[in-house]
Design a protein. Sequence first.
Length: 230
Amino acid sequence: MNIGLILAAGLDPGFQMDIPKQFVIVDNRPIIVYTLQAFQNHPEIDQMIVACLPGWQEMVRAYAKQFNITKLEAIVEGGADGQESSWRGIRWLSEHYRPEDTVVVHDAIRPLVTPDLISDSIRTCRKKGMGVAAVRSTDNVMMTQDGCTGRESISRYAIRRIQTPQSYRLDYLERIHKEAIEKGILHYMDNNSLLAGMGETVFFSKGSDFNIKINAVEDVEMFKALYRMV
């Protein structure tokens, strides 16, 4: 089976709106609903769960009922960061699904994920053991210590920008998280960073420049414009 794990537990104090990013209303739908509908409508996704911002679980449940998100099986309380939220979802999944099942982790605030990105992530996972959405960078980047100056330039050909969806075998993801906790490796923001921190090789699947992440108020306006195009 393929189970979506939607991460919706983030609370960004720098986001200049009155509600969390994932619950901002765009054309009468909250952003999280666009994401849930993308997984609901994908033929390869069997079920999904949401790791939710504490206090918003009933809101997600109400939205699922309102927008007929029938594949939503459970809502778990998210943690303080991406690693903890993922781990709470993985623990629930390990009690209800088989070790060989595929977990498709996705940010609730990436509402423009396409069927092709989800399918390629799953397909790459079957071949390589994981499928992490990634795109080429069009810019060179520089390392900085203070945010104002840089001394080391990195060619754009040597880097990839990482996105979600990210697909993994459930037993593999559970093992990595357990080992990280045992070693005191904590507070990573996402699973691919955790894997790299654990010395694992990350295998890429298709990403897209249109697969934007809602990080700022300006991104909401960009999402509106892009959604009207697709």
